[in-house]
Design a protein around this ligand. Structure first.
Ligand code: NAD
Ligand code: IPM
Ligand code: MN
Length: 353
């Protein structure tokens, strides 16, 4: 019971369209006695272009004072000269992940019944595809630890130095082990590139090894990230919990989305497991400028992200009810039939009524 205070950042492109549906479904799933109180923040391209502001400190402080954050997507159309790449991605999205210490970027991947995967029947016959990627969210090559000299000349040199601290790696590895320990198969795969990135590789391998001693029932294995992409396409059923660095996790989770029915279904949680700040839930996809404003986006990823949000806040039954409503909707989808973004949201919400 009580009030759940949500900071809502619809953002850019299809962000507002899919967020509206996620909120609709959240309302429909609200447990008895629970009220959602949403504060909307108009952060994103429009605000930046009008005012030059990306994420003012005062707004960040306000957002921090919520129970959770629901985000749509941020980022402009690639190539737009008024919006150079990185301004919103780094200044808004990554700043939120870093400042709110979202060190577990949780990305579940499952082929839901009735959903068409591009994988062949032979690949799918190997077993159920149901894994979760625990992507490190606050370090790696994402920290902005780099720079350029002699910019624009033939002698330009640019660096992006991957940051890997024992503290940062250990905490995400421990979280991944704990998740693996709660799943029936209890299997954890470290994905890295220890054969080339030997310095970062050593700290990841060492901490997986050390933490594994606390989890005797979890089976551990290792894959280089390039080989992991092979297995995602040829034997994805082998994966249970994958733990990996920020950039590898970004790339393999788009692939994971593609093999499990498309980017329109892939949900994520940027989680602060220590609960020192609100966690943030968002689809894996971006602002999709190519289909924005046309009610063509699939809001399912945003809706499933709302389910992860409820689960994180302890409303596990309501979270499961949303997932069940999505599963029912997916199973009823007609191949070739097109519904608007709002029609999909309405249909899922109606199943909860
Ligand atoms: P994207 O995920 O926005 O789009 C890739 C492709 O997937 C496009 O063809 C798009 O139409 C399609 N797609 C995405 N979501 C869909 C949905 N819900 N339903 C149906 N189709 C969907 O990736 P991009 O084109 O590389 O990036 C566009 C912008 O979004 C960039 O500015 C990028 O930086 C930003 N971005 C933001 C986030 C985020 O906010 N978390 C994530 C990724 C990209
Ligand atoms: C994602 C996105 C972001 C990332 C970008 C927009 C910063 O691709 O959430 O997967 O790389 O983490
Ligand atoms: Mn991504």
């Amino acid at each position: 019971a009580g009030t759940v205070r949500l900071a809502v950042i619809p953002g850019d492109g299809i962000g507002p369209e899919v967020t509206a549906e996620a909120l609709k479904v959240l309302e429909a799933a609200a447990p008895a006695g629970v009220k959602f109180e949403g504060t909307r923040y108009d952060l994103g391209a429009e605000r930046y272009l009008a005012t030059g502001e990306v994420l003012p400190d005062s707004v960040l402080a306000e957002i921090r004072d919520h129970d959770a954050i629901l985000l749509g997507a941020v980022g402009g159309r690639p190539g737009d000269p008024k919006l150079p790449p990185g301004i919103l991605e780094r200044g808004l999205l990554l700043r939120l992940r870093f400042e709110l210490d979202h060190y577990v970027n949780l990305r579940p991947s499952r082929i839901f019944p009735g959903v068409t995967s591009p994988l062949s029947d032979a690949v799918l016959a190997q077993g159920d595809v149901d894994f979760v990627v625990v992507r490190e969210g606050t370090e790696g090559p994402y920290t902005g630890n780099g720079g350029s000299v002699r910019v624009g000349t033939p002698h330009e040199v640019a660096t992006e130095v991957s940051l890997n601290t024992a503290y940062g790696v250990e905490r995400v590895v421990r979280d991944a082990f704990a998740r693996a320990d709660r799943r029936p198969r209890r299997r954890l795969t470290l994905v890295h590139k220890t054969n080339v990135l030997v310095h970062a590789g050593k700290v990841w391998s060492r901490l997986v090894d050390e933490v594994s001693r606390e989890f005797a029932d979890v089976t551990v294995d290792y894959l280089h990230v390039d080989a992991a992409t092979i297995f995602l396409a040829t034997d994805p059923a082998r994966f249970d919990v994958v733990v990996t660095d920020n950039l590898f996790g970004d790339i393999i989770t788009d692939l994971a989305a593609a093999i499990t029915g498309g980017i329109g279904l892939a949900a994520s949680g940027n989680i602060n497991p220590d609960r020192t700040a609100p966690s943030m839930f968002e689809p894996v996809h971006g602002s999709a400028p190519d289909i924005a404003g046309q009610q063509k986006a699939d809001p399912t990823a945003a809706v499933l992200s709302a389910s992860l949000l409820l689960d994180h806040l302890g409303h596990v039954d309501a979270a499961a009810a949303i997932e069940a409503a999505v599963l029912a909707d997916l199973a009823a989808r007609q191949p070739g039939a097109t519904r608007t973004t709002a029609e999909v949201g309405d249909a899922i919400a109606a199943r909860l009524a």
